[in-house]
Design a protein around this ligand. Structure first.
Ligand SMILES: NC(=O)c1ccc[n+]([C@@H]2O[C@H](COP(=O)([O-])OP(=O)(O)OC[C@H]3O[C@@H](n4cnc5c(N)ncnc54)[C@H](OP(=O)(O)O)[C@@H]3O)[C@@H](O)[C@H]2O)c1
Length: 305
């Protein structure tokens, strides 16, 4: 117990935040202070501390950190909706860049490791799968905000790690937003026709695998950039067909389209995907295959219902 690090998570009500709480409660490994904006939406409140912490409130951040004195912070909170970021750049910058600057200055002062979550959207998608050292060139404001935050970390004096991830899926309690797997499953079960793009390529990530990578980064005191995603590379249309296959849903409701016809507010990179060798070698990261991830999700949904 004495050797365990105290970690603080931001955005603990989010998908990754809740998976981190779940993992710590199940496995121990660290002492946890979970923080998020507003009340705690995780269904259990024993075995860890919860503190309200709005990442736009510098005084509150300082007070919470001074109270709990974490050795590491896993920063999951962000504006994560890509189209909302494009439509509201000012708030996106405050949440995804300015809040990181605030956290970093306190981490530097108190010698706290900052594990920061970033994205495949830092790349333009012309040339995936990408290695950590490949040149960034975001095509959306969300991607740009994450690049700006990465720059702050790279120039900081504190011990930092950036975990970039891709299209995270999973289920938690009282989710503030859905994800591709839940959306596709839900729509096909209702026999609603869905449009899915067949010209964007990704490596979808099970939320539990990402939470494991975050804890490994803390335990190994990792420094630098790490690519952390699932290991299977597929188009979004192929992903949705795998979801339909797994739950035996009618694929005739899947309408494959090209990105241009979707007309989304923010542009998306075409082919992302990651080379995972560094995280596998240095962190011991070992993600599930996509179908294994669906099986884990299926079990969780059965337990919830
Ligand atoms: N999900 C993906 O596909 C994906 C892909 C690449 C990178 N990432 C990155 O991975 C990280 C975790 O993503 P996620 O999927 O867990 O996102 P998420 O489910 O949207 O969680 C983000 C959390 O941040 C919280 N938050 C928003 N504003 C806040 C504030 N002012 N103060 C404190 N908390 C605030 C949100 O609170 P509410 O719940 O109250 O809104 C939400 O719970 C993010 O940095 C994201 O950019 C995610």
């Amino acid at each position: 117990m004495r050797d365990m690090k105290t970690i603080l998570t931001t955005g603990s009500n989010g998908l990754l935040g809740q998976k981190l709480t779940e993992k710590v409660l199940a496995e121990g490994r660290v002492r946890l202070v979970a923080t998020s904006k507003g009340i705690n939406r995780y269904p259990a409140n024993e075995g860890y501390e919860y503190a309200e912490m709005d990442i736009l409130n510098a005084a509150q951040i300082r007070a919470v950190i001074e109270k709990y004195q974490p050795e590491a912070i896993i920063h999951t909170a962000a504006m994560t909706n890509v189209d909302t970021c494009e439509a509201n750049k000012e708030l996106c910058r405050q949440l995804n860049v300015d809040a990181v600057r605030t956290l970093l200055s306190i981490c530097e002062e108190k010698n706290i490791q900052l594990v920061h979550l970033s994205t495949d959207f830092v790349f333009d998608g012309a040339d995936g799968p990408y290695k950590e050292e490949d040149a960034v060139n975001p095509v959306s404001y969300y991607g740009e905000s994450k690049v700006l935050a990465e720059e702050l970390l790279k120039n900081s004096k504190t011990n930092w790690a950036i975990l970039r991830t891709i299209l995270v899926y999973g289920i938690t309690n009282d989710m503030s937003r859905s994800n591709i797997v839940l959306w596709a499953k839900g729509a096909l079960e209702k026999t609603s026709p869905i449009n899915v793009v067949n010209d964007q390529w990704r490596m979808p990530t099970l939320a539990e695998d990402l939470a494991e990578a975050c804890l490994l980064a803390v335990e190994k005191n990792a420094r630098g950039i790490y690519h952390v995603s699932g290991k299977d590379y597929m188009s979004i249309a192929a992903l949705v067909r795998k979801v339909a296959d797994y739950w035996s849903l009618d694929q005739s409701f899947i309408n494959e389209i090209s990105s241009i016809s979707l007309n989304q507010t923010a542009k998306r990179p075409v082919k992302t995907g990651f080379v995972l060798d560094k995280a596998i070698k240095d962190l011991g990261y070992n993600p599930h295959r996509f179908e294994e991830g669906l099986a884990i999700l299926d079990q969780q949904m059965k337990r919830q219902s």
